[in-house]
Design a protein around this ligand. Structure first.
Ligand SMILES: [Ca+2]
Length: 272
């Protein structure tokens, strides 16, 4: 009896959570979770799933310990729940490839799915920005100054982890991921904490890559604008640079993948 009920409840819950998840109406608890405990959120049907956090020290350590890839801790103190820093663009890409292969081998990720860095345009969309094209670039709403917390300067208290001179947060260096209010799309630290490497080359410089979101060391209004981006040499490792991963799943594999990644009701609350 219990077994039948459990099966029934599982299928009902899986149906509800999958459909609501896919259409962006998932409750706060319905995140896709991978085997490292990284959590992913749907942005819209055309975007990859976004990690709600910057990649944490604990995630990256698993990778560097297993592969022997060089990683130097920064000069300041971090717990496993802080965002990893001192990682180059190549380190971030290698992490994504390692994670993809690891989960495909374990059978939790189908062959067509993969972890990767977001493009700068995907990052814009996740941050709630409309795409700017040559045709619309002079429209007033796209030119408006916009920060992750809104249009006002200075930033309000707890707007994010930025330079200590701004006196809006209690951290001199990085903060544990998820310490501040998330974006409307449910993502934490899109602004501040660490700069996030994106997939794209920076302008026409082939060995440069785009970084988004500013960091704990930034304080000038122009640098903190949501649209602001910088580029730097792809093999540079700095203590303000980290990354966020996205999970790309082909549409025809979405249901079967999410079914494995969204914790089911009976897993969360086992029946006696
Ligand atoms: Ca960030």
């Amino acid at each position: 009896m219990h077994y039948l009920f459990q099966r029934f409840w599982h299928s009902v819950f899986a149906f509800i959570s999958l459909s609501s998840f896919l259409y962006g109406q998932a409750p706060e608890s319905a995140k896709a979770v991978n085997h490292l405990g990284m959590q992913f959120q749907v942005i819209d049907k055309d975007s990859p799933l976004f990690s709600i956090w910057e990649t944490r020290v604990v995630d990256y350590k698993t990778f560097s310990d297993e592969t022997g890839r060089k990683w130097d801790a920064p000069d300041f103190e971090q717990t496993g729940l802080h965002p990893v820093v001192n990682v180059s663009w190549g380190d971030a890409v290698a992490f994504c490839r390692w994670l993809t292969l690891r989960e495909q081998t374990a059978g939790t990720l189908p062959e067509g799915a993969r972890y990767r860095l977001p493009t700068s345009a995907e990052w814009d969309k996740a941050a709630g920005l409309s795409p700017v094209t040559p045709q619309n670039m002079h429209r007033a709403d796209l030119m408006a100054i916009e920060y992750p917390w809104g249009g006002d300067w200075p930033p309000p208290r707890n707007a994010g982890n930025y330079h200590p001179d701004l006196r809006i947060d209690d951290y001199n260096f990085t903060a544990p991921v998820g310490s501040f209010t998330p974006s409307a799309s449910g993502l934490y630290d899109l602004g501040g904490n660490v700069w996030e490497w994106c997939m794209d080359p920076y302008n026409n410089a082939l060995d440069f890559r785009v970084l988004r979101g500013a960091s704990w060391r930034m304080r000038t209004p122009s640098d903190l604008q949501t649209r602001f981006r910088v580029g730097n040499i792809m093999n540079l490792r700095l203590d303000t640079y980290g990354f966020r991963v996205v999970l790309e799943i082909p549409a025809e594999q979405m249901d079967q993948t999410l079914e494995k990644m969204i914790p089911s009701k009976d897993e969360a609350e086992p029946l006696p």
